[in-house]
Design a protein around this ligand. Sequence first.
Ligand SMILES: [Zn+2]
Length: 632
Amino acid sequence: MVIYMVEKADYEKLGLMMGLEIHQQLNTSKKLFCPCECELTDKKPDYRVLRYLRPTQSELGKIDRAAFEESRRKLTFLYDTYSQHTCLVEADDEPPHPLNPEALEIGLIIASLLNMQVVDEFHTMRKQVIDGSNTGGFQRTGLVATNGYMDTPYGRVVIENLCLEEDAARRMGQRKGNMEFRLDRLGIPLLEITTDPSIKLPEQVREVAYQIGQVLRSTKVKRGLGTIRQDLNISIREGARVEIKGVQDLDSMPILVENEVKRQLNLLKIREELHNREAEIEGEIYDLSDLLRETESKIVSKALKKGGKVLAIKLIGFRGLIGKELQPNRRFGTELAGYAKKMGVAGIFHTDELPAYGITQEEVVKVNEFLGVSEEDAFIMVADESDKARNALEEVQHRAKIAMEGVPEETRKALEDANTEYLRPLPTASRMYVETDIPVQVISQEHLEHVKANLPELPEEKKGRIIEEYGLSEDLASQLVRQDKVDQFEKIVVECEVEPTTVASLLAYTLKELRREGLEVGNLTDNHILGTFQLLSAGKISKDAVSDILVGVLKEKSSPEETAKNLNLIMLSNEKVAEIIREIVSSHEKMIKERKMGAMGSLMGMAMKELKGKADGKLVNKFLKEEIQKYL
Ligand SMILES: [Zn+2]
C-alpha cells in the first residue's frame, strides 16, 4: 500500500492546528526554593534516599485513582543526593525557602518581550506529579503572565501563558525494582511558555520555536543540550490532539509535523477500511504454548524455557492493515507494539510480518487453523511471562479497538528520524493546590515599569545594530547573533584595533570549520581568542596567522603568544623583511634582467613561501617592487 502524501496547500483543508510548549532552564545562581547551585553532576552521590509511594485519602475521603494505580506497581524510588547540589528541600524534609527573586525577574523580562500581561500577584501552586520525579509528589509552579503575542511572516501567534516552575529530578532508569533519580536537577528554575493552538503551517511552527528561543537567549537562560525542551501539540480536524514530547531539532520540526499528519491520515484510512470489512476485536486470549513448543524461533523458545507462555489474540478483518505504513518506516503494527511494550514485553508478532523471526510458514498455518482465522483476519502473538504477555495483548486489543474509531489522543515521543512513538495517553487537566509554604509575591506596577524600561536587546535589533556600527555583512551579522557571539565580538573589537570583519568571520566561520576538521574548539576560552587578536592588534602577528595560532593553542595547550613563537609565526621587523627580500632578489638577478617586472610574480611566490604568516603581504609586495627596480 502507498502511504498518504500531503501537499502544502492541503494543511488548511485538513484543519491542521498546532501549539508549542517550551520549557527553558534559567541560569540563576541558586535554585527556585533553596540555596543550592543549579548545576548537574555526574559524581557519585553522597547519600541515597529510598521512598515509597503511598496513596492517602483526601479531605473528602477519596483516594486519587492515578495515585492508587501508581502505588499498585509497588515501585520504590531511590534518590541520589549531593552535599553541594542538593539539600533537605529537594528531599522534601524541609519547607521550601522564599521564591528566588532572580528567577522571577527573568520571567518578567521574558513576559515583557513577548508582549504579555503580567499578573499582579505571583501565587506558587502545587501541581500533582506522582511518577517519583518530584519528592513531594507535586511540582511547584506559578503563573507569571498571560495573553501575549508574537508576529511571524505567517501571521500572529498568541502566547497564552508563561509559568515559573521547578524542574523535576532526573530519571536515571529502573534497577532491581527501584526507580532511580538524581536530585541535582530538581528545583532548577524553569520557564514554561505555551502558545495557543493557532499555528497552522509546518514552517510556521519552526519559526515560532526559533523566535521564542531567540527571546529566551536574550536573557539569563541555560544553554546546551537538555536545557530547553520543546513539546508540540498537533491535531487535524478528523484526527485527534497529540502531544509530541522532546522535539530537539528545530530544522526537523516541519518534517515531524508532516509525518504526524501522514500518520493521522493513514489511521483514518485504516478506520475506513476496517468499517468496510466490518472488523471486530475478539476478547479472547489464546494460549499457543503447546502448539509452538518445538519452534526454532529463539524469542519464543527462550520465553517458554523460562516458564513463560505464548499468547495470542484474533483481530477480525485486520489482515494486511497491520503492516500498512503510517509514516516512513513505521507501520500500524508499530503502534500496536508501542502499547504492548508499555506492559514490559519486548514486542509482538503479527500476521502481516510472518513467517519471520524463526517462525516458519508451517507454524503460521498451524496457528491460523488453531485460531480459526480467515483470509481477512489477523492474529497477534506475544511470548513472555504469562501475566506480562496477557497485559500486553489486552493493551493491543484496546489499541485495535480505538483504530476502528480513528486516531487516539496520545502523548508521543519525538524520535531522531522525525518520527514519533507512543508514550502514554494524553493526561487529563492537572490537579493544582495552593502551596501554603510560600507567601504570595506581589509584583508592583513600579517594578514592572522598571523591567520594561530596561529590556535587553532582541536578536533582530542586535543584528541591525552591529551591521550599522561595524559595517558587517548581513550574513556575518546573523551568524554572530545565531551563534550567540555578539558580546564576544564586541569585546574584542573594543579592546583590539583590528578590522571588525576579520574578528567576525573568525568567530562565525573559521571556528566552525576548525570544529568540522575535528578540533575541540570548545576548549578555546574567550581569553585565548582575545589574546590572539591582541597580538594582531600589536602588529606581532599577521592576519593569516590567527587561525594557525588558535589551532596551535588547542594542540599544544599553550598561550597564544607562546604558540606564535613556537610556530614561528611572530612577524618579522620591517628591516628583517627587507633583508630577506634583498637576498631573494639578488640571487635571481639573471631572471630580472631577462623578464624585467615580469619576474615579479615568481619572486613574490618565493618571498611569500618564506614569509607567510611572518610579514604582511602588501609590505612584501612593496619591498619587492622597490628592490627589483634597483636592477632595471
Ligand atoms: Zn537545595
